[in-house]
Design a protein around this ligand. Structure first.
Ligand SMILES: [Zn+2]
Length: 104
């Protein structure tokens, strides 16, 4: 008897879930609807990256950054937000991750 033809509907093997799935939801981490509202307001009112402006550069902000990261006890108030470009945000996140690791 010939071997069975491959199943047409065979599902591909599920990839192992990555770490992201173990993170709390966006809402639980403080990035819910309120965050979206503040982000939109902030980028409208201050469309340029604040860090770049301090350094005399002009870059469009795309990130509403928590000045004090939520993970480090920062608040979700608008006063704790600043507009950043991607590069400045990434650099800040890297610094904060290093701080968080030292605290552990
Ligand atoms: Zn910047």
């Amino acid at each position: 008897m010939p071997s069975r033809p491959p199943k047409l509907n065979a599902k591909p093997r599920q990839a192992k879930p990555c770490n992201w799935s173990r993170r709390a939801s966006r809402q639980a981490r403080g990035y819910g609807r309120e965050h979206e509202r503040i982000r939109a307001e902030l980028l409208r009112d201050e469309p340029l990256c604040r860090e770049c402006a301090k350094a005399g550069r002009v870059n469009a902000a795309v990130i509403a950054d928590h000045i004090v990261a939520l993970a480090l006890g920062g608040s979700g108030d608008r006063s704790n937000y600043q507009p950043l470009c991607r590069a400045c945000s990434d650099a800040k996140t890297a610094r904060e991750s290093a701080t968080a690791r030292r605290r552990r």
